[in-house]
Design a protein around this ligand. Structure first.
Ligand SMILES: Cc1ncc(C[n+]2csc(CCOP(=O)(O)OP(=O)(O)O)c2C)c(N)n1
Ligand SMILES: [Mg+2]
Length: 645
């Protein structure tokens, strides 16, 4: 059989294998096996416009096994996205639009960054949540499906299980997962480590499960997708495929991640009826058959024409990254008296939520502790798609991946919350937020040994340093309620992920806190003279001890300045003159205090300074006692100041 359909599928296969061969690196196995699935989706099922990858109502496609990136580039090129063949020929090379794994913001048509297995599936769940919520808000104006191809590796990952369990609970009927069930991963047959009946597991999650016995049978794939679309549950289509199909290494683990080799590739081309001596071949009729630009433009236009002016204006507003003009007003900053920053965080969140109708988010079962609930705004559920409070369940990793997807879906802003110490459980997704500059707000409460009696399992120690080490990540640890406002404003405007690190215990309200905190570091209590003898620096709760220490030093005739540094990354981005005005280079007597490992402080205390910090894990005891025991006291800061002077 040599139909245009088969020629197109084989073109996708060989374009992918050619990319891997030309780079002499990459993964040909999955593209060879899944080409019929990809073909069916992009040719027969999905609605998209290659000329406008940002069309708001396009169907979403996620290639969760990002190692199969070559097939994504092949199909995006063939359907007419702005991805020239020249870039496919430079697969995995510097500055190519076809990098090793798909990168969001880098390649037109790539909906999300994948490669760390499981992230893509959880992202797909997030896209489906975003669609369901927007559909409730916009009626028919937003109405699309989310398709995701995943592999054995994705199915083994915990984050996938977390996300799909939630998807079943939420009855995300427009989510369709196509499982490339080739029974092979890197080390060999999946039999060596993965024997469960995945379909039964998904049935238990509340999914519809459909079997496609032959992954090359495009009619069966199409029928399965139509069946999936007709059901109100999310659907898993288990496609039985052969890794490396058509190549001499078909069905083996070695075709997973090695080029076919010159001879292997030639043999594969011959098997598919292609010229073995030709690379990157696209038959004319295939090029015409696959190009979706005309159809896509017509579909988008039809959608646009169906919108009322009112809906268009509202879409414009919701999809804008700008804050409303009246957003940053005095009421937002208004606070009085002591408060735990988690509590002020809750207050600020609710003030913001009232002004931003497109903010949704929630906690991994800790909303009462994280103060992350938006009062009166409803719970997102299978029955209430308009609800704005998400209940992620105890699933931190999926929560963060889902929030990434909600934020990049368009139309919505997202936040999520848990105890700071459990940020470790969602690190994989937080790293993607940072890499892809996704502006998720991470509300991370119970920020230090200040947690108290729950003890060291619940007391973050190294998390501040470890998140500060992530490029693009903003780590914001406010010292009082107004600094919390600054943190939230940063989260909403910085175009990057922001961690809001909040306390369980009460903190004072400082006279001088406010908008200066937006600069990341500022003088919160200044010296009497223009040049202080010693500079005391801290973030969050330890600013209190430093202000106290300043007073004690004054009684000894030592003029000190206190600098609050809620966000080192923002401070580092200020101009030199500002930084010099806060931390004059000539003042080398410096003390920093932070109830963390505090490695990041070395660059600000310098060789002559001193850091009061955690040197091990905390302990189970009342918070006040812990602060004393581990040396976070004004007296200790005074002693350190005396030493550095
Ligand atoms: C979180 C994570 N762990 C490990 C890897 C490395 N890795 C890439 S692909 C792969 C095996 C995936 O197997 P499967 O999904 O079955 O893909 P196939 O071999 O069928 O193409 C592994 C372990 C990764 N990309 N992400
Ligand atoms: Mg596999």
């Amino acid at each position: 059989m040599d139909t245009i359909e088969l020629r197109s599928i084989n073109t996708i296969r060989l374009l992918s294998a050619d990319q891997v061969q030309s780079a002499n690196s990459g993964h040909p196995g999955m593209p060879l096996g899944t080409a019929p699935i990809v073909y069916t989706l992009f040719k027969k099922i999905m609605r998209y416009n290659p000329a406008d990858p940002s069309w708001k109502n396009r169907d979403r496609f996620v290639l969760s096994g990002g190692h199969g990136s070559a097939i994504l580039y092949s199909i995006l090129h063939l359907t007419g996205y702005d991805l020239p063949l020249a870039d496919l020929k430079r697969f995995r090379q510097m500055d190519s639009l076809a990098p090793g794994h798909p990168e969001y913001r880098h390649t037109p048509g790539v909906e999300t960054t994948t490669g760390p297995l499981g992230q893509g599936v959880a992202n797909a769940v997030g896209f489906a949540i975003a669609e369901a919520h927007l559909a409730a808000e916009f009626g028919g104006a937003i109405d699309h499906y989310t398709y995701c191809i995943c592999g054995d590796g994705d199915m083994m990952e915990g984050v996938t299980s977390e996300a799909c369990s939630l998807a079943g609970t939420l009855k995300l009927g427009k989510l369709i997962l196509l499982y490339d069930d080739n029974e092979i991963s890197i080390e060999g047959s999946t039999d060596i480590s993965f024997r469960e009946d995945v379909g039964k597991r998904y049935e238990a999650y509340g999914w519809q499960v459909i079997d496609v016995a032959d992954g090359n049978d495009t009619d069966a794939i199409e029928a399965a997708v139509l069946k999936a679309k007709a059901d109100e549950r999310p659907s898993l289509i288990v496609c039985h495929t052969v890794i490396g199909y058509g190549s001499p290494k078909a069905g083996t683990a070695s075709v997973h991640g090695e080029p076919l080799g010159k001879d292997g590739l030639a043999a594969t081309k011959t098997a598919f009826g292609f010229n073995p001596d030709e690379s990157f071949a696209i038959p004319d009729d295939v090029a015409e058959h696959m190009n979706a630009r005309e159809q896509g433009a017509a579909r988008q236009k039809e959608w646009e024409d169906s919108l009322s002016d009112e809906t268009k204006a509202k879409l414009e507003k919701w999809y804008s990254a700008e804050l409303p003009t009246d957003f940053d007003d005095d009421a937002l900053w208004s606070f009085a008296g002591k408060a735990a920053t988690r509590n002020s965080g809750g207050v600020v969140l609710n003030r913001i939520a009232a002004k931003l109708p497109n903010l949704i988010g929630g906690s991994a079962d800790l909303a009462p502790s994280n103060k992350s609930n938006m009062t009166g705004l409803g719970d997102f559920s299978d029955e209430n798609r308009a609800g704005r409070n998400m209940h992620f369940g105890v699933r931190e990793h999926a929560m963060a991946s889902i929030c990434n997807a909600i934020a990049i879906h368009g139309g919505l802003r997202s936040y999520c919350a848990t105890f700071f110490v459990f940020s470790d459980y969602m690190r994989g997704a937080m790293r993607i937020s940072a890499l892809s500059k996704i502006p998720v707000a991470y509300i991370l409460t119970h920020d230090s040994i200040g947690v108290g009696e729950d003890g060291p399992t619940h007391q973050p120690v190294e998390q501040l340093d470890s998140l500060r080490a992530v490029p693009n990540m903003l780590v914001f640890r406010p010292a009082d309620s107004r600094e919390v406002v600054a943190g939230w404003l940063t989260a909403l405007t910085a175009g990057r992920p922001t961690c809001l690190i909040l306390t369980r215990q009460d903190l004072p309200l400082y006279e001088k806190s406010g908008r200066d905190a937006l600069r990341g570091g500022y003088i919160i209590s200044d010296s009497k003279g223009e040049t202080p003898r010693v500079i005391l620096m801290a973030s969050g709760s330890e600013v209190e001890q430093m202000v106290e220490a300043q007073k004690l030093l004054e009684t000894r005739g030592i003029d000190a300045r206190v600098v609050s540094m809620p966000c080192m990354e923002l401070f580092a981005e200020q101009d030199e003159a500002y930084k010099e005005s806060v931390l004059p280079k000539k003042v080398r007597a410096r003390v920093a205090m932070e109830a963390s490992t505090a490695q990041a402080w070395h660059k600000y205390v310098g060789l002559d300074g001193e850091i009061i910090c955690m040197k091990g894990f905390g302990a189970s005891a009342p918070a006040k006692l812990l602060f004393d025991k581990f040396g976070f006291t004004a007296e200790n800061a005074v002693a350190a100041a005396a030493r550095v002077l």
